[in-house]
Design a protein around this ligand. Sequence first.
Ligand SMILES: Cc1cc2nc3c(=O)[nH]c(=O)nc-3n(C[C@H](O)[C@H](O)[C@H](O)COP(=O)(O)O)c2cc1C
Length: 216
Amino acid sequence: MDLREAIRTTGSVRDFRDEPVADALVSSVLDDARFAPSGGNRQPWRVALVKDHTIRRQLAAIMQPVWDEYVAAARTGTAPFNAVYYQPPTERMHAANALLDNIDRIPVVLVVAADLRRISAMDGSLDRIAVVPGASVYPFCWNVLLAARERGLGGVMTTFLSHVEPEAAPVLKLPDHHALAATIFLGYPLHQPTRLSRKQVEEFASIDSFEGVPLV
Ligand SMILES: Cc1cc2nc3c(=O)[nH]c(=O)nc-3n(C[C@H](O)[C@H](O)[C@H](O)COP(=O)(O)O)c2cc1C
């Protein structure tokens, strides 16, 4: 499909048709996604295609409290798991989640890990959380979603599992020095989003400095 249209309309899909996706199709998606850039071209990604239903349910159970906390935090008006200031909510609740509740029926569950020995943390010694290391794996994740779209699939990248990596690691036999970057759910969409809500260019781009006049 047209590249501009793909970039502008590839929204999150969390509800899928009850139609299987062949392993060969998933493999072909990854075969396109692997052309993603990474620092030093070190390609740190590893992928587990999780088909086993026992493992899927274990992962959903591990992710559920993270979603519960996300929703409880959002209710208090704070950005859940905010990178600068975050106070976990005191409220305990159970929140429904289409992905976790239906994990048995989701056509494709991919867990993407990153080999940290292949990632340079260029901002790793600053007095804030590091942002740059993730940039060696998330272009790959996004390529998975774009390549899926090209095949009529839809999906969503999620990060709940990263919050509980120590619990998920033994379930997935995560190798040493690897981080869980994302869990990507894919399938044939029940509905394909076409209009995405995003800020306008002048709201985030400016001339010469971040205080400069807006770029229009
Ligand atoms: C780094 C990252 C983490 C995300 N984590 C989650 C997640 O844990 N659960 C989820 O349902 N969606 C997750 N998403 C999807 C976002 O919610 C989605 O991209 C955003 O709300 C825009 O919505 P739209 O794609 O429907 O326009 C994540 C997306 C990114 C890029």
